[in-house]
Write a protein that binds this ligand. Structure first.
Ligand code: IVH
Length: 684
């Protein structure tokens, strides 16, 4: 009895501490959610970053002390949380439709009239910005975020629950009472333009491939296997509708938006209710002018009929609703001054002219350079240094010059002439008969070619060496430690330690990345070798036909040219590459360094869900990148080949499939879509 008595107060205080902690944790979570909402949704922060960090730190510490009190929707759990099966197919409760487009005032007005004619009534409209991002569907059960999915083909999307949870604008819990059992919200995930530019700068530093536009960057960031990477990309969200809801009736689309806003979901403030088509025009016109007043990419205005009864009456075609229309802005053009025309020598020796521009905002991003393609193109457009030029950007990384504004040409400008010497090594350039490009013939010695080659060798399309960025590559070349990619494998930690800014961590990162590239697939090495005309596609065809570098080196010109998919020009280029002594030395060096120069042994037959299956991929996939799909098939025991034959077991057709689909049909080979592939990959 006595003992129990003496223990009682201590036990009680442990319980009380726990109860106090629970209260404080609830309070902190609510506070943090509130400040997330103010910052990420309303863009109206009320506390400093330091104050916010302090709240987060306190919550983290409490959660560490009481791990059993961590809730899945705690702000600390945005990365991590309960794993769902990434990219597993998710069937949308209602199809995620597309939108019909209008490219002119006439088309917009014709749509408005058709709406009136079909319903016999006057419609009100809601105008929203058309966000150029990635469409997603978020499911909330009793106000809790449970699932996030991409649009996929509109019927089946991909599960990206964990990745979407990392987006701070996405509430883990909705605000309000009597929340519906199930609410599926639709919206657009996007990456703000300044963050997109910063991300590309970082990727460029690391020698990785850049994203062409904020939309691709958002899609790429959502499709990460590791939610921590998604979390490091500051994605945002605007919600624009409801796909499914239980127990709620709305009369107007504007009511839907207001309801979602009350739930503290992010609703774009640049949304307007319009009573007439004239007002709709004004809204579109204004935003076409002011599209850069917002810090994210928009490509038009979405006009929606407000009354839900009229929406239901109008219905949808298989593709798009008749009650909504996207008014698309024309591709953007801007004028600026072309200060200089310069040339750059690429990794294959091709010399490309480009314009150095006064920086200008086009298509939402800052542009300082534009490509001028080749000598003939410059002559055709007669672009001169000092000209005012029209720059157009339609989504590509490097924009195009439409032409000079002749009325603004200054008197003293002169036609531009292609230089006769390589800007990097000074070699005399050559332009082979019948070709459009000038080339630097100084392969092996030209610094610019060497640098570009090294960066290319380490890029994600080739040997995928993440820490071999442009700066590092330049240092390695400059110090003479590396003269071709084969030398990378001889680098030592002591050497790297003398490079500026290279600490222990960066040394081991780089050396590990180089070491693990020793075991890449043969096609990746082929791409990295920098053989003219050999990109990932051709490299895969070659690796299919010749399973080792030795076999390729021994191939006769005819052997190469008779491979399906290899034309005579490619065959010659491959043949010549392997018959150049310098290149043979490189192959020997790579072998000596332990780089794998042959196809990996095929997985044993009889293992994995696709054991022994030969698969062909065609068209764009959405849940997986091409590479990921190939690796997944191989891991499942299958083999991916590049051309369809009667030996092909099935063809996976993605978006815009090519002629392989026709071939499969004509041979009676089974054709499946991406979600079916995902299912087969999981079958045991
Ligand atoms: S409504 C049934 N509203 O545009 C209505 N879509 O080209 C379907 N989008 O797939 C969509 N901003 O990803 C709607 N305010 C907005 C939008 C929007 C961007 C995207 C959406 C859709 C695509 C259609």
């Amino acid at each position: 009895m006595e003992a129990a008595d003496t223990h009682q107060p201590r036990k009680k205080s442990a319980e009380r501490r726990r109860a106090d902690a629970r209260l404080r944790m609830d309070e902190l979570r609510d506070l943090i959610r509130h400040h997330d909402y103010l910052y990420y949704v309303l863009d109206r922060p009320e506390i400093s970053d330091a104050q916010y960090d302090k709240l987060m730190r306190e919550l983290r510490e409490l959660e560490e002390g009481f791990p059993e009190l961590v809730t899945p929707d705690s702000p600390t759990q945005r990365v991590g949380g309960v794993p769902t099966q990434l990219f597993a197919p998710v069937r949308h409760r209602a199809p995620m439709l597309s939108l019909d487009n209008a490219f002119s005032w006439d088309e917009l007005s014709a749509w408005g009239k058709r709406v009136e004619k079909l319903t016999g009534q006057r419609a009100d409209f809601v105008c929203e910005l058309k966000i150029d991002g990635v469409a997603v569907a978020l499911t909330y059960e009793k106000g809790r975020y449970v699932r996030g999915a991409t649009r996929g083909d509109g019927t089946l999307g991909e599960d990206v629950t964990a990745n979407i949870r990392t987006i701070r604008a996405v509430p883990a819990r909705l605000k309000g009472k009597n929340l519906p059992d199930t609410l599926e919200v639709r919206g657009e995930v996007y990456l703000p333009i300044p963050q997109f530019e910063r991300l590309n700068e970082k990727l460029a530093e690391q020698g990785q491939r850049l994203f062409a536009n904020p939309r691709n960057a958002a899609a790429g960031s959502l499709r990460q296997k590791d939610p921590a990477i998604t979390a490091s990309r500051p994605l945002r969200l605007w919600c624009y509708g409801v796909g499914y809801v239980e127990g709620q009736r709305f009369r107007r689309h504007s009511e839907v938006l207001e309801y979602l806003r009350q739930c503290e979901l992010p609703i774009n403030p640049a949304t307007g209710a319009m009573q007439t088509l004239e007002e709709v025009f004004d809204f579109c016109r204004r935003w076409q002018e002011e599209r850069h007043q917002v810090d994210y990419a928009i490509d038009g205005v979405v006009v929606k009929v407000d009354q839900i009864a009229l929406q239901e009456e109008l219905g949808a075609t298989g593709r798009a609703p008749r009650w909504a229309l996207a008014f698309k802005f024309p591709p953007e053009e801007r004028t600026t001054i072309c200060r200089k025309i310069e040339v750059h020598t690429g990794r294959t020796g091709k010399v490309t002219p480009f314009a150095v521009l006064d920086p200008v905002q086009v298509g939402g991003v800052t542009v300082g350079y534009a490509t001028l393609h080749n000598e003939d193109e410059i002559r055709r457009r007669d672009v001169r240094e000092g000209d005012t030029v029209i720059v157009r950007r339609a989504g590509e990384v490097i924009p195009d010059i439409v032409g000079p504004v002749l009325s603004r040409r200054k008197a003293r400008t002169r036609p531009w002439h292609f230089p006769r010497h390589c800007p990097s090594c000074g070699a005399t350039l050559v332009r082979p008969e019948g070709q459009a490009d000038w080339r630097c013939p100084n392969r092996g010695k030209c610094v610019s070619q060497g640098l570009e080659w090294l960066i290319h060798f380490g890029s994600t399309d080739a040997m995928d060496i993440p820490h071999l960025g442009e700066k590092t590559a330049a240092e390695l070349l400059e110090r003479g430690w590396v003269s071709d990619p084969g030398d990378l494998y001889q680098l030592a930690a002591e050497q790297l330690a003398t490079l500026p800014g290279f600490g222990e961590k960066s040394i081991s990162n780089l050396l590990e990345a180089i070491a693990s590239s020793r075991d890449r697939e043969l096609w990746r090495l082929l791409v990295g070798l920098n053989i003219r005309h050999v990109g990932p596609h051709v490299a895969k065809v070659l690796a299919d036909a010749f399973p080792s570098l030795d076999a390729l080196a021994a191939a006769k010109l005819d052997d190469l040219a008779t491979v399906q998919g290899i034309g005579s020009e490619i065959a010659r280029s491959v043949y010549e590459w392997f018959h150049t002594s310098e290149n043979r030395r490189l192959v020997a060096k790579l072998k000596h360094a332990g780089v794998r120069v042959e196809e990996r042994a095929r997985p044993r037959r009889g293992t994995g869900p696709l054991a022994g299956k030969t698969v062909v991929l065609t068209g764009g996939l959405s849940a997986l990148s091409r590479d990921e799909a190939e690796r997944a098939v191989e891991k499942a025991g299958g083999r991916v080949t590049t051309s369809v034959s009667s030996r092909t077991d099935f063809v996976v057709a993605g978006e815009n499939p090519g002629t392989k689909l026709d071939k499969a049909r004509s041979l009676g080979v089974e054709v499946i879509n991406e979600s079916q592939l995902l299912k087969r990959l999981r079958r045991r």
